[in-house]
Design a protein. Structure first.
Length: 684
């Protein structure tokens, strides 16, 4: 459990540190520990109306006030456009006496007249959220919670003033207690509400008014629209003498307040069962963190992976890189199988989707490497499960399609170079169309004003490390499944590609690998983290001496306490800080910015090249130090997407990223804890 006690949290920290809750549908709740909204994504109910997409902010936030006699304390506040931090009724803002992250975020307030514990959680597979206040007092106190709502896409701010309608109703409680509530409608003529609220308060004081000029400073920092309006529905009032409880639940579907205790018991048990026993506190937190990213894809009826919160949905590359850490090392093999089947179902021209648009449009296939990560994910699933039956029945035909399409050519000129067997993109291959000049198909896909920052057209090094390993895996899987023609085909191309890999990519001047070979044969000598993948995969591609040189180069120029830089600081294009408006951040995204997910390949490379002692000497203290520090900054209990290349390596980007959590967890479990199943064949 992560815990901050009285004196450990300043007002500035409370506004900077964030928390996250998710519902398994792609919906979420998030905010700052202090309760001040600083992002457009902050809200108590962001529902996924078309799971895992269609994410819509419904319950934006609250004002929380506690009154005793003639004194009032505020437990939350808002920032307004003039920069004023304003607590409700101008009452003094009370900092939490304790904030803890256990199975859900929890706050404790020790006031002169009362002790109040607040918990917030989302029930699994429901677009709903429950907010609970437990009040302990020796006198009489009144708790007032003002409700603010919106109805907007979570990527935007609420600008238009809508004619919302509020309809108050009495809840029957179904014999388990009395409750009341209200429903929110887009206007008076609307038939179906967009959000239901239920509560067990003593009274509800209707306000029915718009509040304006809420300021979101994190959006200012990101160079985006930073001001919005929210609709104040009214205030729920609860009077308590001795002990009492106020429960508030918001939901897309009709809800009853008496359900909240049952939901809580179920969620507490469900979330705690995945926390590894006997682990260090920070390692156990990773087992809590991974659950946030597995979500239902309603169209397929199977699970998928949310790439990152708050703004990403399910991306193919991210999901497949994250799959081992999220599902295999945690023992969730059925979920891993579902995710693989989901992506196999969407296979097109031998490619898995790069991402699924939030609008519900068809999947997008603009990636050169996501499909190769799919092949590697199937291998890793087999290594953990030996589930050959699933591969035989449901995955082998899609895998054969991957092989044949990549050999003859598919979208964007992705195809095999017949001279050296390596995989290239951007050159016109048979049965394919030439790429638009604005494409960037590797994981380094950032663009500025539509122009790729690192296009890497031709033969990228990590793509070909995946391709060579994929061919060798095709050969071995085909042999096991007695598919002799596929085994022969894969074997022939594997020998050719592996034979040419080191000769093609070796950079003798730097003692490392070129980052890419352009279509005209020109090598890109940028020193980037991509080359590390040539050391970290199941089959060896370099000489022993070559591997050692690459590892030393990576450690010297790219390794940081937060992951690997995307470009060496010695390069004149290096950008040490990822900040500012979108075009400035995008320009820095892969030009020196540190990515935590590369801890996974780094741990693999150290284990495979230098052995277990080196893992304990180098990898273990690095991961422990990183997580002990980082899990208590940014979004608590989660791992951020990126970090600045320059010290102090400030966290940036998504505050909770799937492959960051997954690859750190996999590195710890497989390499530090040595919990990797034995090989299937002759791989390392």
């Amino acid at each position: 459990m992560l815990r901050w006690q009285q004196g450990e949290l300043s007002r500035e920290q409370g506004m900077r540190l964030e928390w996250l809750e998710t519902n398994g549908l792609g919906g979420y709740a998030c905010g700052t520990i202090l309760g001040v909204r600083t992002r457009r994504y902050h809200g108590l109910l962001v529902a996924a109306l078309n799971p895992p997409t269609g994410r819509t902010l419904l319950w934006a936030g609250t004002d929380e006030m506690v009154a005793c006699g003639d004194k009032t304390w505020a437990l939350s506040a808002h920032l307004f456009r003039n920069g004023l931090l304003l607590a409700p009724e101008n009452a003094p803002l009370e900092l939490p006496s304790e904030f803890a992250l256990d199975w859900c975020p929890q706050w404790r307030y020790d006031l002169p007249c009362a002790h109040i514990v607040k918990r917030l959680f989302m029930p699994s597979m429901k677009n709903a959220v429950a907010l609970r206040y437990f009040v302990f007092t020796g006198t009489s106190v009144t708790l007032r919670v003002r409700i603010f709502v919106a109805w907007r896409d979570h990527h935007f701010t609420q600008q238009s003033v809508m004619p919302f309608a509020v309809r108050i109703y009495e809840g029957g409680g179904k014999g388990k207690g009395h409750g009341q509530g209200f429903a929110m409608f887009a206007d008076e003529a609307a038939i179906k509400p967009f959000c239901h609220f239920a509560h067990n308060g003593d009274a509800f004081l209707l306000a029915n008014e718009w509040w304006h000029n809420f300021w979101l400073p994190m959006e200012t920092e990101r160079g985006l629209d930073d001001t919005e309006s929210l609709f104040c529905v009214g205030t729920i009032v609860k009077r308590v003498e001795g002990e009492g409880r106020l429960d508030i639940v918001a939901s897309v579907e009709p809800c009853e307040v008496w359900e909240v205790p049952e939901w809580e018991a179920r969620e507490r048990n469900r979330k705690r069962q995945w926390i590894a026993k006997g682990e260090e506190d920070w390692a156990a937190e990773l087992f809590r963190a991974f659950q946030a990213f597995i979500a239902l894809r309603s169209g397929a009826g199977t699970r998928t992976v949310i790439a990152g919160y708050p703004w990403f949905t399910d991306w193919g590359r991210d999901a497949l890189i994250a799959l081992p850490g999220l599902t295999l090392v945690t023992g969730r093999f059925a979920v891993a199988r579902e995710i693989l089947l989901t992506f196999a179902r969407y296979l097109s021209q031998g490619m898995v989707p790069n991402f699924f648009p939030e609008s519900g449009d068809p999947p997008v296939y603009n990636t050169v490497d996501a499909t190769l990560w799919f092949v590697l994910a199937v291998y890793r699933y087999l290594r953990y499960t030996r589930d050959w039956e699933t591969v035989r029945r449901s995955l082998w035909q899609p895998l054969r399609e991957v092989l044949h399409w990549h050999l003859r050519g598919t979208r964007f000129g992705i195809g095999t170079d017949k001279d050296d067997g390596l995989l290239s993109w951007g050159e016109l291959a048979p049965c394919s169309t030439s790429p638009a000049p604005s494409e960037a198909l590797t994981w380094m896909d950032a663009k500025v004003f539509g122009v790729p920052v690192t296009p890497r057209i031709g033969k990228p090094v990590e793509v070909n490390a995946l391709w060579c390993n994929g061919l060798l895996l095709f050969e071995r899987m085909a042999t096991h499944l007695n598919d002799r023609s596929t085994a022969r085909l894969a074997s022939w191309w594997a020998r050719k590609a592996v034979q040419h890999f080191e000769a093609t990519f070796w950079n003798p001047k730097r003692g490392c690998l070129f980052d890419a070979i352009t279509p005209d044969g020109t090598p890109d000598a940028s020193v980037r983290c991509n080359q590390l993948l040539a050391l970290a995969l199941p089959f060896r591609l370099l000489s022993v001496e070559g591997e050692l040189q690459v590892l030393r180069c990576v450690e010297k120029e790219l390794l940081t306490p937060c992951g690997l830089r995307t470009l060496s600081p010695s390069d004149p294009r290096y950008v040490g800080r990822s900040e500012g408006p979108p075009h400035q951040r995008d320009a820095a995204y892969h030009q020196g910015t540190v990515w935590a997910w590369w801890f996974g390949p780094y741990a693999d490379a150290v284990a495979l090249i230098e052995g277990e002692r080196a893992v304990q000497r180098k990898v273990m203290p690095l991961l422990r130090s990183f997580l002990q520090h980082h899990l208590r900054e940014a979004c608590v209990g989660q791992v951020s997407e990126i970090f600045d290349g320059d010290p102090p390596h400030t966290p940036r980007g998504c505050f909770a990223q799937a492959w960051s959590v997954a690859e750190v967890l996999r590195a710890w479990q497989e390499r530090v804890r040595k919990r990797l199943p034995p090989p299937l064949w002759d791989e390392r």
